[in-house]
Write a protein that binds this ligand. Structure first.
Ligand code: TTP
Ligand code: MG
Length: 435
């Protein structure tokens, strides 16, 4: 245990780094004592729809809003991806790229039912399963597999049962760590299978790839690395100190995984069984400016909205959590008629914030509780005659523009990045300095 921590915290100490690599080389899976599967369904919502309506087979199918509505693409079939359509894209852009596509609303109830069937299969082979989304999970198969061959057999069985029993395909990655398993499942998508047995194999596979191959390196992190002339995983390995200087804590993490070191455990988790969905933030320095806290609250609400949408759950109430500088924590809740959008969540949380004691704040959090299944309109599929939805959409734009004007930051253009904890944190620190 001591050893592990030694290289976790001294990643730049050449000796410990070598120790870590030697240890991983010595037969990764065994030395690190983990065998992990990452399973991810192919074009999940679209595949379920195609399975249940064979007339959709082979067609570009886009699940999300309809072209005459406002909203986004939740996912699309691989045929639609050939036109450049992808998740999160504005539906109007998707229509422009693929006017001949078939556009359908999602059926969350159905996907959740399929997800439960998937878990029944997955959980039979895992001592712990950590769901990342309805269609994606990490499985710890170390014990049940016994050894690598046993794990390979489990991976095959999961693929076969998913196809035979549910008539769906998935991509499976088998590896010695979570990051490697995730990389492995993406390697041969769709209907893929790939294995990475040791840290050495992982490094060999990704060394000359773009930095974005590393888990948590998104567009904005990659841009910072590129600007410093760091383009590949090899560059990260060779310039560890620069990476940490540029990216701080996240930099330390990615220099570790650039060497294949990831000892995170599979944490048993089922988001659809969660009691609440939330996001919280600890400030670098305590904040006593409650106007700033109000602005941060809006970003937290956007984050919570995004999480809830991805899991297909809707909140029945909003909780505001504050930890004051003296470490005293309070929570305040309201259960309004509507907390289905970021604006609604933000308004409720802001009302709660108004009433609390105005003392320096160390941590601010927003969450939803009393979760229930999402109605379809949650994916921002509001029809035009829904006045409330329209008003909230306007308010969302207004609020984003106000923030952009005040802080001179392009929030709307960076929304997906703002959902990464690290970027959110940095953005908020920037906001504090430029209030
Ligand atoms: P993903 O696994 O990211 O995508 P996918 O299964 O559709 O396609 P892939 O073959 O590349 O894995 O997400 C799973 C489901 O979650 C997806 O079918 C729809 C939903 N989803 C959204 O609603 N919004 C999003 O932005 C994303 C990425 C997914
Ligand atoms: Mg998927």
């Amino acid at each position: 245990m001591e050893n592990r921590n030694a290289f976790r915290y001294n990643v730049f100490d050449g000796k410990t780094q070598n120790l870590a690599i030697r240890r991983a080389k010595k037969g990764g899976a065994e030395a690190l004592k983990q065998i992990i599967i990452h399973v991810d369904m192919d074009a999940f919502y679209a595949s379920v729809e195609t399975r249940d309506d064979p007339s959709l087979r082979g067609k570009p199918l886009i699940i999300g809003s309809l072209p005459n509505e406002r909203g986004v693409v939740a996912t699309c079939s691989y045929e639609a991806r050939k036109y450049g359509v992808h998740s999160g894209m504005n539906i109007k852009d998707a229509y422009r790229l693929c006017p001949g596509g078939i556009f359908r609303h999602p059926n969350f109830d159905k996907y959740k039912a399929v997800s439960a069937q998937l878990h029944a299969i997955w959980d039979a082979y895992a001592s712990a399963s950590e769901a990342i989304a309805l269609d994606e999970a990490y499985l710890d198969v170390t014990e049940k597999a016994g050894d690598w061959d046993g794990a390979r057999e489990i991976a095959r069985t999961i693929k076969r049962r998913t196809r035979d029993e549910l008539h769906l395909t998935c991509s499976v990655g088998l590896a010695y760590s979570k990051t490697a398993a995730k990389t492995a499942s993406e390697e041969k998508k769709p209907d893929g299978y790939f294995e990475i047995e040791t840290a050495e194999d992982y490094v060999e596979l990704i060394r000359d790839r773009d930095v974005k191959v590393l888990y948590t390196v998104g567009e904005s992190t990659a841009e910072k690395l590129y600007a410093a002339g760091i383009h590949t995983v090899r560059d990260i390995q060779q310039r560890q100190e620069d990476v940490v200087r540029l990216l701080g804590k996240q930099g330390r993490w990615i220099t570790q995984i650039a060497f294949g070191i990831d000892e995170r455990k599979v944490e048993p988790y089922r988001p659809e069984e969660a009691k609440s969905i939330g996001r919280e933030l600890t400030f670098q320095k305590d904040v006593d400016n409650f106007d700033l806290l109000g602005d941060v609250l809006f970003l937290l609400a956007l984050n919570v909205e995004n999480r809830a949408q991805r899991i297909g759950l809707r909140g029945g109430g909003v909780t505001l959590k504050i930890t004051y500088a003296n470490m005293k924590s309070i929570t305040r809740s309201r259960s309004p008629a509507d907390c289905g959008s970021a604006v609604a969540i933000w308004r409720e949380a802001a009302k709660l914030l108004e009433k609390v004691e105005k003392r320096p704040v160390r941590l601010l959090g927003v969450s939803l509780y009393n979760l229930s299944d999402t109605e379809e309109r949650q994916l921002r599929l509001e029809d035009f005659d829904d006045a409330d939805a329209r008003e909230q959409e306007e308010e969302r734009k207004r609020q984003l523009s106000a923030l952009e004007e005040h802080y001179h930051l392009n929030f709307a253009g960076h929304l997906p990045q703002l959902f990464h904890a690290e970027t959110l944190h940095k953005t908020v620190e920037y906001m504090r300095k430029h209030f």
